[in-house]
Design a protein around this ligand. Structure first.
Ligand code: HEC
Length: 246
């Protein structure tokens, strides 16, 4: 039996340890009642407590309509995506993601009958495929920007692997990080990039006395966005293989 306390969305079965994650969702999703239906099922199975927050960007994960996440279910034509927004040191977020995509998770989602708005479906694959075609041109732009700006060090795909610096992680290897998006969005603040990277209207000019030792990278935030869109559809490298950075 579940005891649901005054703060809705926080479920309190008795847990051996206090394992918890939090997830943000907009009111429009919360009000359907779906999360109240599925989250206790997940919590009971995995002993991980899930707190729902309304404020965006406050959880470890977010349910959102914005397609910058994993499509997980849809109601009518609205596709909901799960985006990991925080670190996942214990792997709980991955457990949640796997559960949501599992047969049990899908049954929980599809077994819910909302009071309004029609049933939820987990059949989002065809939509994803369609979207991939629609954005083909965008990712081509992102790919050429990545090749030109990042490809002298990072292997972007097989075509430039041989010309790159072996010790620099490939884009496929970087894609395996749970928080790869964060790292890409912030790459110009992460070493070694700051000494040779300028983002228009974001980074200060290079110090007058010490110009970059190598050909600098100059990008706008829009161009970085294109690189992210391209990177999103790169297959993460197979980490089952012996550890290799390239
Ligand atoms: C001159 C070589 C060079 C270029 C050009 C370069 N990188 Fe890197 N990048 C590196 C190296 C080396 C590392 C590994 C740093 C480490 O492991 O500490 C790295 C790491 C990264 C990381 C992971 C950072 C972290 O701390 O997790 C990201 C993300 C990244 N690069 C993105 C990019 C993008 C996007 C571009 C192009 C716009 C780019 N890099 C261009 C050399 C380069």
């Amino acid at each position: 039996m579940l005891v649901v306390t005054g703060v809705w969305g926080s479920f309190h079965p008795v847990f051996a340890q206090d394992k918890r994650i939090s997830i943000s969702a907009p009111d429009s999703l919360i009000e359907t009642g779906l999360l109240k239906h599925i989250l206790p099922r997940f919590s009971l199975k995995h002993n991980i407590r899930v707190t729902v927050t309304r404020a965006p960007e406050t959880g470890n994960m977010a349910f959102q309509l914005d397609p910058s996440g994993l499509p997980v279910f849809k109601q009518n034509e609205e596709i909901w995506h799960l985006r990991v927004t925080g670190e996942d040191p214990n792997g709980y977020l991955k457990i949640f993601e796997d559960w949501l995509l599992s047969a049990i998770g899908k049954r929980a989602i599809e077994g819910f009958s909302p009071k309004a708005g029609g049933p939820f479906s987990t059949n989002v694959i065809s939509v994803v495929a369609k979207r991939a075609t629609a954005t083909e041109r965008d990712t081509n732009l992102g790919k050429s920007l990545a090749m030109k700006n990042c490809g002298r060090c990072h292997a972007i795909d097989e075509s430039n692997r041989k010309k790159t610096i072996g010790s620099t992680p490939s884009f496929g290897a970087l894609r395996t990080f749970q928080d790869w998006e964060y790292r890409f969005e912030a790459f110009y603040t992460l070493n070694p990039h700051p000494s040779f990277t300028q983002i228009e209207e974001v980074t200060p000019p290079f110090p007058a006395g010490s110009p970059p030792a190598i050909t600098p990278i100059k990008l706008t935030l829009d161009e970085l966005d294109e690189i992210l869109a391209f990177t999103r559809q790169i297959e993460p490298a197979d980490l089952g293989r012996a550890v290799q950075s390239n």
